[in-house]
Design a protein around this ligand. Sequence first.
Ligand code: MV4
Length: 508
Amino acid sequence: MEIKPIKKVLIANRGEIAVRIIRSCREMGIHTVAVFSDADRTAMHVRYAGEAFHIGPSPSNESYLKMEKILEVAKQCGADAIHPGYGFLSENAEFSRRCQEEGIIFIGPSPEAILGMGDKITARRTMIKAGVPVVPGTSEAVSSEEEALETIRQIGLPVMIKASAGGGGKGMRLVKEESKILSSLRGARSEAKTAFGNDAVYIEKYIDSPHHIEFQILADRLGNTVHLFERECSVQRRHQKVVEETPSPIMNPEVRARMGADAVAAAKAANYEGAGTIEFIMDDNLNYYFLEMNTRLQVEHPITERVVGVDLVREQIRIAEGNPLPFTQDDLHQNGHAIECRVYAEDTDNNFMPNPGTITHITEPLGFGVRCDGYVYEGYTIPIYYDPMISKLIVWGKTREEAIERMRRSLYEYKISGVKTSIKFLERIMEAPAFRKGGYNTHFIEDNIKFLMAEPECAFECEDLALIAAYVEYTTSLREIEQTMSPVSSHAGKEWKDYGRRIATRRI
Ligand code: MV4
């Protein structure tokens, strides 16, 4: 098969993921083209890219979701590929098809693969055929109320009624009582009709307090498919992931091997090409079931990159060029432990309300084993139009314990002023006994909300630190004074220095 080198990539996205993609392109010697809305004229991805084109007003449906406008820019600037990132057009089969029609490489799966996994009933049937375990339930759309009652009698309550066109928690109903079956069915149907224009629903046995575990896969055009192990994503709030880690603390080698093989079988059954994720739910006995396939690069991809040692964006591009995967399954191993915290501009004390605004100061953590994928800078105003995620902080450690302590240290170093952020909430997660123990499930945040809402403990002596800060502040201003005034003040500075040294050595 033919290999077509990609020379220029248009990034149909914004924020941290656009910057992330540009970074890999630059390392590969690939030219980059940013697109931006009114609100993003001063955005980081515009500065990072080789070229940048304005595509419309701030709302995404008038800019980042405008397929024809983006294709027009791609043709005009001679881009031979488009990377959609996550969100926006990344799982839009129509966009994948339009790229094909225009002779532009879509760095992602075919329209058929997107459609096949986007319809959850079709996806379930595909997985059943491939021998991948699915949650006990229906393999066809529910055709009548009588049939629904009969099916639920067989499965047994509680059950989940889910919209076939849904996903990520949209169009779902949990049914616990016989008397609520029909009202839930009607509710789910009308919600699905309104949200997706498709009222097909299916029924699954309800798995109580599951763990959310997903497998990263990569598939090339030649039929080679590998998995890059799991990510534990059970720390979530209202279907928004908050912390992810790999390896999963509840996994064992035997289950990992079986799930990995099932993830590969799932990707092959979907005729998949590129990077994708197979989502499973797992119960406390480590029984696992296919839930959904995400046909895109995911927010939490860096933890896999860190532990497996693979740049997933680079591999996406190489696959899109038609190259074979440069490794086999046996070449891939997990090395150490990685954790990601998603930092949001939000008010955690006020129902996690988004808190966009101007960043007046930012100091990002650095040091051994630390990666910070962000896009904001001092003086930047986070627009109200898009996701309020500021950055993703990713740390690596030889062990899980080391990674947790490195995350605590990094969150402690992370200073953002001007907007409220979730940093302290994340510090508290790292301190939570239920997180440190490792057996947590998708109810972790609600089960521990009282603990998580409290002030984080200081990993260091707070009082001493305040004194050191006062000392630093004092001597800094002294230095400025010294430059313009009499030398008398430098003596006072020495007293502070001695005191500062004394307390600094007492640090824990
Ligand atoms: C479930 C489930 C329990 N039983 N299905 C939520 C998002 C969507 N992807 C599917 N979801 C669930 N499906 C059955 N049969 C529990 C959830 C669920 C969940 C799944 C993964 C991560 C977080 C979750 C939070 C609440 C519910």
